[in-house]
Design a binder for this molecule. Structure first.
Ligand SMILES: Nc1ncnc2c1ncn2[C@@H]1O[C@H](COP(=O)(O)OP(=O)(O)O)[C@@H](O)[C@H]1O
Ligand SMILES: [Mg+2]
Length: 464
């Protein structure tokens, strides 16, 4: 094996676009955002006297990693670069439509970098990206009306920021970062804001941040309108109403409630820096008692087991207490009725609750002001896309008539389509026409008429 080339020292400056994958952005928006980021970086670097051409760039899709040569004084990166960058971004935003506007999270550190034929690697680079993942840092930008938030490593703060004449070390705030295997202190600042960022109190024993969302399907299609409506909830927090926002997705089994809820929850998780709670309430089968769900939630929020009260009322009161002031997303999947859901609602307007149920849950709509969101079948095109996500576009394009018949026979119902697609994926030697005509594997429109799904359709498909 050849000896690796010796590592070289670099200053590491990374940026990450907030909400790059947001469903409100189209692909052309994303291209414009990427151009805007590079333009703003180049302009800011040039203005502070760092030659852009001397920096090594690594594109990260929704961000950029810039490696700055060691001879560039590190103070340049904190003295005036952040303000220049914020100014360049603001200028871009002033002349761009909403989907192309940019807010950046930036990270600063320095260290030894290994260069090889594939690119770069280094524990220092990993460290910066971990710092940029810190919920307190993400929340600082989410709460700021500005366009930029910067996090520096403890080392960079002590060695560079504290000794810089212009960096205003007193406007930085310390945060504790616990992301994956990284556990470290870091310092954050909002360069274009007068006020320093608000940060949670530092505890010796920080409360764990629950991240309970199960994995979501890689084969997701459609639901643009529903995703857009859910996104709007993020822009209109219920602070004026002073109460938690509850949305209930309802529709028959297999229509895609859980899939949509999980998709959106993962997408919006960033906006809930204090965590995401999830429970399957098993409303359609053997319903989970709210006490059991609450015990799980309280434990996840750091309440020791021995301190969880016995009665449901006391548990719910403690839950409302510990969730106050936290920005949490609570996903209550597969609820049976309003009584099962009610004790699991936080009181805080900073929290958002998503309930899925086969029932409309009128009790929640009336008493808690829940917003009902019905889910319908997919369109013909979305149904074909679902099949293509499982089987590849080539196979779907080869048999358009069989696809149309399959979509019709499945009644454009996602579960029925997923069952047929799974069958076809497991038997690549069969034509789609023969899958379509095999009654064992396709769930006809008539079959779903009673809104129940035969047990055989659950084979290998996970939760419904
Ligand atoms: N939007 C979607 N895109 C792709 N597949 C979907 C979609 N919605 C549902 N499915 C498929 O249908 C199955 C059943 O959906 P699910 O969300 O569990 O239904 P529900 O919760 O309404 O009973 C999922 O496992 C998934 O395979
Ligand atoms: Mg479900």
């Amino acid at each position: 094996m050849p000896h690796p080339r010796p590592a070289l020292h670099r200053t590491i400056f990374a940026v990450d676009v907030e909400g790059f994958g947001d469903s409100k952005r189209t692909n052309p928006h994303r291209v414009a955002v990427r151009c805007g980021v590079y333009r703003a970086l180049r302009r800011a670097f040039t203005r502070v006297g760092i030659l852009w051409a001397d920096c090594e760039l690594n594109d990260c899709g929704d961000g950029v990693l810039v490696l700055v040569p060691p001879e560039v004084p590190k103070a340049f990166l904190v003295d005036s670069l952040p303000l220049e960058l914020a100014e360049a971004l603001s200028e871009h935003n002033r002349s761009s439509p909403e989907g192309e506007r940019i807010r950046l999270r930036a990270g600063l550190h320095a260290g030894e970098i290994n260069f090889d034929e594939h690119g770069v690697s280094s524990s220092s680079i990993n460290h910066v990206f971990r710092l940029m993942e810190a919920p307190a840092f993400k929340a600082a930008l989410a709460d700021s009306p500005g366009v930029l938030a910067l996090v520096t490593s403890q080392w960079f703060y002590e060695e560079v920021v504290c000794h810089s004449v212009h960096a205003a070390a007193e406007s930085y705030r310390r945060i504790q970062v616990s992301v994956k295997e990284t556990s470290a202190d870091a310092w954050i600042v909002l360069p274009d804001q007068e006020e320093p960022p608000r940060v949670p109190e530092l505890h010796d024993n920080p409360t764990p941040v629950p991240r309970q969302l199960p994995v979501h399907t890689p084969h997701f299609v459609g639901r643009a309108e529903e995703l857009g409506q859910l996104d709007k909830l993020l822009d209109n927090p219920a602070r004026e109403a002073g109460t938690v926002q509850v949305t209930s997705l309802y529709g028959p089994a297999g229509i895609g409630k859980t899939t949509l809820a999980l998709r959106w929850a993962h997408q919006a998780a960033d906006r809930f820096p204090d965590g995401q709670l999830h429970v399957d309430l098993r409303g359609a089968g053997n319903p989970l008692r709210p006490e059991v769900a609450l015990r799980g939630f309280l434990g996840a929020l750091g309440v020791p087991h021995a301190q969880v009260p016995v009665s449901l009322g006391a548990q719910a009161a403690l839950y409302r207490t510990v969730t106050t002031g936290r920005k949490l997303l609570v996903l209550l999947d597969n609820a049976r009725d309003a009584e099962q859901v009610r004790p699991l609602l936080p009181a805080s307007p900073d929290c958002l609750v998503l309930v899925t149920s086969r029932d409309q849950l009128p009790g929640l709509v009336v008493r808690e002001g829940a917003r009902p969101m019905p889910l319908d079948t997919l369109s013909d095109d979305e149904s074909a896309s679902l099949l293509a996500k499982h089987l590849g576009w080539d196979r779907v394009a080869a048999e358009p008539e069989a696809v149309a018949a399959l979509v019709r026979r499945c009644g454009r119902q996602p579960l029925a389509l997923a069952v047929a697609a799974t069958r076809a994926a497991l038997t690549p030697w069969l034509s789609l026409g023969s899958v379509e005509s095999d009654p064992r594997w396709t769930l006809g429109v008539g079959d779903t008429g009673d809104r129940r799904v035969p047990a055989r359709c659950h084979v290998g498909l996970g939760r419904t």
